[in-house]
Design a protein around this ligand. Structure first.
Ligand code: NAD
Ligand code: FES
Length: 293
C-alpha cells in the first residue's frame, strides 16, 4: 500500500497527489511514468511522474479526473492509500544521457499544454539543478486552468503563459507564442512538447518549417503500460513502436499523429460507456450495457 501524504486540487478536476514511494523516488528520472491502481479491483493507469524527492521518499503525480478509474484515484483522501504504485517505467528523457557541457550550450524550449504541464516540470527542474535554464511556454484554455505556474517559474529561464481566451498572458495558442518568439529572433536548438496530441502535432508541423529538432511525449496513448495490450502502438519513422516500452518520448517529426489521434478516439466511446455505468450504479440503477471497468 502507498500512502497519500498530500492531495491538492490544482484546477477543476485536476489533482496533485504526493505519494510515499521511496524506492520509486530513488530511481526516478524525468520523462518516466508509474502505474497506479486505486484498489485491488482498480484499472491500471499509467501516469507521468511530475516530481520526486529522494530525501523525503516521495513521488508526485498529477491526474485529471476524466474517466471512472481516474476519478477513483482522485477520490482517495489525504492519508489514504493506493493499492499499486509501480515504477519508474519507460525511458527517461534523452537529455538525461547527454553530455552536460554540450547540453549547456543548447537553447531548449519546452511547450506544455494543459495537464501536460505536469510532466514538463521535472524535466525543466532537472536541467535547472544542473545550471541549465530552459525557456517554457505553458498554454491553457483559461487562466483558472493553468497549473504549477509558481513551481515552473522557479526553475525555468523565461516562462511564457498563454490562454486560448486571453484571460492571462499571451492571447492565443502555444504555437502562436512559439512562432512569435522565433520570428522575433529567439534561437532554439530543440523543442520538447507535451500536451494534447493535436497540440503536439501542430508544434511538430511548425518546428519542421523552422528546422528545429522536436521531441514529443505520447504517454496518453498508454493503457496498461506493460507492452502487452498493444493499445499504445504508433508509427514513428514508418516503423511500428510501443509507446510504453520504446518511449514515451519520440522524434515529433517522425510520429504519425493522425494515426495516434485516431487510436485515442477508439477509447473515448468505451470510457464514456464506463462513465455512464458508474453513474447509474452510483444512482442505484441496474445497468445492462455490459462493460465492467
Ligand atoms: P487543452 O485542450 O486546454 O490545451 C492546452 C493548450 O494546448 C491550449 O491552451 C493550446 O495552447 C494548445 N493547443 C490545443 N489545441 C491546439 C492546436 N490545435 N494547435 C496548437 N496548439 C493547441 O489541454 P487539456 O484540456 O489540459 O488537455 C489535456 C490533454 O493533454 C489530454 O488529452 C491529455 O491526454 C493530454 N496529456 C498529455 C500528456 C503527455 O504526456 N503527452 C500528459 C498529460 C496530459
Ligand atoms: Fe499496453 Fe503499451 S500500453 S502495450
Amino acid at each position: 500500500m502507498f500512502k497519500i501524504l498530500e492531495r491538492k486540487e490544482l484546477a477543476q478536476d485536476i489533482f496533485q497527489l504526493v505519494v510515499e514511494a521511496p524506492r520509486v523516488a530513488r530511481s526516478a528520472k524525468p520523462g518516466q511514468f508509474v502505474i497506479v491502481r486505486a484498489d485491488e479491483k482498480g484499472e491500471r493507469i499509467p501516469l507521468t511522474i511530475s516530481d520526486y524527492d529522494v530525501e523525503q521518499g516521495t513521488v508526485s503525480i498529477v491526474i485529471q479526473a476524466i474517466g471512472v478509474s481516474t476519478r477513483k484515484i482522485c477520490a482517495v483522501a489525504h492519508g489514504g492509500t493506493l493499492a499499486d504504485f509501480a515504477g519508474p517505467l519507460g525511458k527517461p528523457s534523452d537529455f538525461v544521457h547527454e553530455d552536460l557541457e554540450e547540453l549547456r550550450h543548447k537553447k531548449l524550449l519546452f511547450i506544455a499544454g494543459g495537464v501536460g504541464t505536469a510532466p514538463v516540470y521535472p524535466q525543466v527542474k532537472w536541467l535547472n539543478e544542473r545550471g541549465i535554464k530552459a525557456d517554457v511556454i505553458v498554454g491553457a484554455k483559461t487562466a483558472a486552468m493553468h497549473i504549477m505556474t509558481d513551481e515552473m517559474r522557479e526553475v525555468a529561464g523565461k516562462l511564457y503563459l498563454t490562454t486560448d481566451d486571453g484571460t492571462v498572458g499571451f492571447h492565443g495558442l502555444v504555437t502562436d507564442q512559439m512562432k512569435e518568439l522565433i520570428d522575433s529572433g529567439n534561437r532554439y536548438d530543440e523543442v520538447i512538447a507535451i500536451g494534447p496530441m493535436i497540440m503536439m502535432k501542430f508544434v511538430a508541423l511548425a518546428t519542421e518549417q523552422y528546422g528545429i529538432k522536436t521531441t514529443v511525449s505520447l504517454n496518453t496513448l498508454m493503457v496498461d503500460g506493460t507492452g502487452m495490450c498493444g493499445a499504445c502502438r504508433v508509427t514513428v519513422g514508418g516503423k511500428t513502436v510501443f509507446t510504453c516500452v520504446d518511449g514515451p518520448e519520440f522524434d515529433g517529426h517522425q510520429v504519425d499523429f493522425d494515426e495516434a489521434i485516431r487510436r485515442q478516439g477508439m477509447y473515448r466511446d468505451i470510457e464514456e460507456r464506463a462513465r455512464k455505468i458508474a453513474e447509474e450504479r452510483a444512482a442505484g440503477h441496474k445497468c445492462n450495457i455490459g462493460l465492467d471497468r
